[in-house]
Design a protein around this ligand. Structure first.
Ligand code: ZN
Length: 245
């Protein structure tokens, strides 16, 4: 194995570490975002409950107002009743009073029901507030832990980047460009090992990246020359373990 393939393998090992550290950093940042979204959802829920409680309260107030007005009306009817001149007039007023009373009983029942709903909604708002508080302290924890972890990961990234620059310096520009393109495409895995199978010649060869079969020509060339050869299917740069096949 020649210096070009050796340098590429080294670069690939660094690139793999870089990808892994970048993934860890991304996951950390996602955890913060997810927690923020969770809190936002609770806050929307809370606002909606609060709004409904205000509307119900207003409804209960309206019912109570109607109730009071009706009671005043009943009082007036009673005064008229006491001054009734005939039995017929008396009976008519009494019916009116009783009807009004029956209506009021319904209004009262309704108002109590709505007030009960208001209490229930208030309890839900308080519960949600407690929830938000818990989630916010959880966010503080996540943020603190993440800041520390992200700082550590950033240090690792800087170190790996320096190593990567060094390793990249050993390669011709065109090969490096090819490596970078493939590395981006295959998440840091620009190289693929030629897998050799069979006990004796003719051996069969497959690409360790995409598992498609490879011509023996690739393997023969890689054993004798320090050459960049790519899988015909996935285009990954091939390398071979000289002890195999
Ligand atoms: Zn392949």
């Amino acid at each position: 194995m020649g210096p070009v393939i050796t340098a590429l393998e080294k670069l690939q090992a660094i690139e793999r570490d870089l990808s892994q550290v970048r993934r860890r950093k991304k996951a950390r940042m996602r955890a913060v975002k997810a927690q923020e979204a969770r809190i936002e959802k609770h806050k929307l829920e809370r606002d909606s409950l609060h709004q409904t409680a205000i509307e119900r309260r207003k409804q209960a107030d309206d019912l109570e107002l109607t109730l009071r007005q009706n009671e005043e009306h009943i009082d007036k009817l009673r005064v008229t009743l006491n001054a009734a001149k005939t039995n017929k007039e008396y009976a008519a007023l009494l019916t009116q009073i009783n009807t009004q009373k029956a209506d009021n009983a319904k209004f009262e029942e309704q108002a109590l029901k709505v007030l009960g709903e208001v209490d229930g909604l208030k309890a839900q708002v308080a519960e949600t507030d407690k929830h938000i508080e818990q989630e916010e302290s959880r966010l503080t924890e996540i943020n603190a832990g993440s800041a520390e972890e992200i700082e550590k990961l950033d240090t690792m990234l800087t170190k790996l980047q320096t190593q990567r620059d060094e390793a990249a310096g050993a390669l011709p520009e065109s090969i490096l460009a090819l490596f970078d393109r493939l590395s981006g495409q295959y998440d840091g895995e620009a190289l693929a090992k030629v897998e050799v199978s069979g006990r004796r010649a003719p051996y069969t060869y497959t690409c360790g990246g995409c598992f498609m079969s490879l011509n023996a020509e690739h393997a023969n060339a890689l054993r004798t020359r320090d050459e960049v050869r790519q899988c015909d299917n996935c285009q990954r740069i091939l390398y071979i373990d000289p002890s195999e096949g």
